[in-house]
Design a protein around this ligand. Sequence first.
Ligand SMILES: *Cc1c(COP(=O)(O)O)cnc(C)c1O
Length: 390
Amino acid sequence: MEKRIYLDNNATTMVCPKAAQEMQKYHTTFYGNPSSLHTFGIETRVDLRRSLDYVYKLINAPDQDDVLITSGATEANNHVLKAVFLKNLNTKKNHYITTNVEHPTIYNTLQYLESLGAEVTYLPVGPDGIVKAEQVEAAVTNHTVLISIMHANNELGTIFPLAEMVQRVKKKNSQILFHTDATQTLGKISVDVEKLGVDYLSFSAHKFHGPKGIGGLYMRKGQRLDPFFHGGEQMASLRAGTLNVAGIVGMGIAAQEAVQYLDLENTVVRQLRDKLETFILNNIHDTFLNGHKNERTPNTLNIAFQNCEGEALLWDLNQHGIAASTGSACASEELESSRVLRALGVDKALSHMALRFSLSRYTTAAEIDYVISVLPGIIKRLREISSGKA
Ligand SMILES: *Cc1c(COP(=O)(O)O)cnc(C)c1O
């Protein structure tokens, strides 16, 4: 097979081989419905319990709290925002606080709730891509019901000071609910619901080497939400629908491995990311790092190449077998400049010249060396074209 280098791990990741292998059995041998009372059903339940234990461990959730298994972070994010909104329809509590760099699953859901009468404050990030805890505290009103702030941003990797935000908000009013979309941090940095103090946390398996179409919503004890899907009594009636057994097993193994390899993400993966970053900033002129230099997930690098159109760069890299991204998956399709980069104050032209490289524990030193060997030539050629010299 020709060379294929995958540096788009913030969009999705390879399923770890152990999870992929283990899942097979649940399609052809242990295919019983876990709600059934016969052996076919019963035998899957033990494995489900073990898989959930690994997920609880990954986020350090106490046993008495709920982890609702969903089809991914999109569903988890929709569930928490819409369920809280519906619950408060007849109260005066209709104010929500978020940031202006959230994933579309939060941003577009809140825009929809605004159309139904919610009031939403979109806190602006600073030039480093981060919202300060004081900003969140200052935005709280008597009507604030829920705050939703991502743990780390998908396009930049910037990490928000969540624990401090939660502390300040709860001190002001302990009734205010705090949700975080932690899809970009599980498996990359330590995620601990006890230390963060959040009430709700969303995640998705395919961002940490689990399968697609499975994820979850953590709910602190006492903060159970009404179901989003009504029907059967699966998941303690929190979500109707036959369980995705193979998906849950795959997510469990991915969670187990994410715990095992967390140190590696913060040493080996970080070093490879830093190597690529240092090379680009030192050897290719007019390049700018987007986001915070230090408060960042160890695998993510977002760089603007002046006078080099991001889409063209993406295409040239792809011709060399290298997969990167201009930002969010959706932004790539629309050829629209990134809402996140514009929120940083990056000027519109430059926001079209940004590229995101996102590594994983499967990225090798040889792969990064190869990118380093071809990137300067690609940039030079594209810059010559854009300046009319070619
Ligand atoms: C990928 C992603 C999502 C969506 O997750 P799915 O499981 O694909 O629905 C939500 N939020 C963030 C920050 C993401 O990176």
